[in-house]
Design a protein around this ligand. Structure first.
Ligand code: CUA
Length: 160
């Protein structure tokens, strides 16, 4: 058995790199845009729960149906006052996964502290797919190295 050249030794590694870098980008679903109409009224937001994927682009049109409210989003530190008859447009990329409360930030009555909604940003699936592919590729590369060392061992046994 002839010794592998330097280039041939690196070939599997190059292939692995190709798979890891190229595959996830092609297989992953691209970020989506969401246009959400959010009503603020005493004492709730409607919808009270917004669910998106990490990396999605959000346009939230928030408006009050009665008195002056406010919109404050935990984690993203977004705050806007919401006046009656004025639609506030909030745009941002949901780049952090997790559960975030949005709450009214203007005292609007006795139950103001309970005027709370929830933004759920689900972790990016393509990201975890990429992690899985990386682990699989690494595993097969290690297997390849192990097989090579086994082959070398049996060559040595034959030589002696
Ligand atoms: Cu609505 Cu405070």
């Amino acid at each position: 058995m002839k010794k592998l050249g330097r280039l041939e030794q690196f070939l599997p590694f190059v292939l692995v790199a190709f798979v890891v870098l190229g595959w996830p980008a092609g297989a992953g679903s691209s970020p989506t845009s969401h246009a959400i109409d959010l009503d603020a009224s005493q004492y709730e937001f409607s919808p009270g729960r917004i669910e998106v994927q990490q990396g999605d682009y959000l346009v939230i049109n928030v408006h009050s149906t009665d008195v002056v409210h406010g919109f404050y989003l935990d984690g993203y530190e977004i705050e806007v006052p919401v006046l009656p008859a004025v639609t506030e447009r909030i745009e941002f990329v949901a780049d952090t996964a997790g559960k975030f409360r949005f709450r009214c930030s203007v005292s609007c009555g006795v139950l103001h502290p309970f005027m709370i909604g929830e933004l759920v940003v689900l972790p990016n699936r393509p990201f975890w797919k990429a992690v899985l592919i990386t682990l699989l590729a690494l595993g097969s590369f290690l297997l390849y190295l192990w097989q090579k060392s086994q082959a070398r061992k049996s060559e040595n046994v034959q030589a002696n």
